[in-house]
Design a protein around this ligand. Structure first.
Ligand SMILES: C[S@@+](CC[C@H](N)C(=O)[O-])C[C@H]1O[C@@H](n2cnc3c(N)ncnc32)[C@H](O)[C@@H]1O
Length: 316
């Protein structure tokens, strides 16, 4: 009896270890990235951080304020902040995300905001949308392309083209300047020591270990890391990356799995899908005096380098 109990216990332990390993290693999947449980919570809280408030949000939020009565697709909606924002301004919104944990958060937030009737959230891929052709007036894809492997990335843009009405518009945002370490202005030596320690301590084969160690680098606002020869290293030259490479990013308030796509790849994929690239915003502080006047604590690198690119496109 005791033997059977011990055997069952060990089978259970092995199953548990395997499950934990699968969860820990499933950060980059063939469909897109999966944020681990603490990542989902942190993302739901953090939005885009201080540099997002300056260099990202102002370049798509005004569009969301002008969609009253219009149909909006929030592709890769995450915990739903922009779906809710647009619905508050009168848009009819459909939010789609691959991760159920994100959709659960989004549904809860929409319910709390009293907007259940105005937003339909569903689990699905931005590369295979359930919507009919020519359905939406507008689509947003806010920092979603960087979560997609190469083939899914191209399919996402083709789907945006398909579901947009002729004359419809889309805003696609992406991280940029991958070789730049964007910081909160802390002494670079202190940050460099912390990076060395974190990289030395992590197990490159275990997503939980990599993300856990990157999470300790709280003074990095945006930074890119990649696994090379079994070790995680910081990217300080974009040429070491190839389109679609699995990468790790430390972003505002958390660390996440991502896939690398250059700005050129966004522009090419937009055009290849049949969409027209209207213009691209690439903002940073224009001068050191502007940087010094900022209410936010950000490093000097924000004077020369832009953390995001915002692609404004239309379907003619
Ligand atoms: C950086 S988050 C952005 C969330 C939201 N757009 C925002 O700005 O708050 C990226 C999201 O893309 C989702 N994602 C990754 N691959 C996807 C796919 N193939 N289809 C739909 N969503 C995907 C992730 O689950 C995650 O919620």
């Amino acid at each position: 009896m005791q033997k059977i109990f011990v055997r069952r216990l060990s089978i259970l332990s092995i199953a548990l270890i395997l499950t934990v390993q699968i969860i820990a290693q499933s950060a980059h999947s063939s469909q897109g990235t999966t944020y681990l449980a603490d990542g989902v919570s942190a993302y739901a809280k953090s939005k885009h951080g201080a540099d997002g408030a300056l260099f990202l949000d102002p370049f798509f939020i005004p569009t969301l304020q002008n969609l009253s009565g219009k149909k909006l697709l929030d592709a890769g909606c995450g915990a739903g902040p922009w779906s809710i924002y647009a619905a508050q301004y009168g848009a009819q919104v459909w939010g789609v995300d691959l991760q159920k944990a994100m959709i659960d958060r989004a549904q809860e937030a929409a319910h709390q905001a009293g907007l259940d009737q105005h937003i339909k959230f569903s689990v699905g891929s931005v590369a295979a949308l359930a919507h009919e052709d020519n359905f939406f007036d507008c689509a947003i894809s806010i920092n979603v392309g960087c979560n997609l492997p190469l083939d899914v990335f191209g399919a996402h843009f083709r789907e945006l083209y398909r579901v947009l009405k002729p004359g419809g518009i889309a805003i696609i945002t992406a991280p940029a300047s991958f070789a730049t370490l964007f910081t909160d202005g802390t002494d670079p030596k202190e940050i460099s020591t912390a990076i060395d320690q974190a990289l030395a301590t992590m197990n490159a084969d275990d997503a939980q270990s990599v993300l856990g160690q990157l999470n300790t680098l709280t003074h990095i606002v945006r930074g890119t890391f990649v696994t090379k020869d079994g070790r995680v290293v910081r990217v300080n030259n974009e040429n070491v990356l190839q389109e679609g490479d699995a990468i790790w990013r430390k972003i505002a308030g958390l660390a996440v799995p991502n896939f690398y796509h250059s700005e050129r790849a966004y522009e090419d994929s937009i055009r290849q899908a049949g969409l027209k690239l209207v213009h691209v915003d690439r903002h940073h502080f224009a001068s050191f005096s502007e940087w010094a006047r900022s209410e936010f604590s950000l490093g000097r690198e924000y004077v020369h380098h832009y953390p995001f690119a915002v692609f404004h496109v239309s379907k003619s």
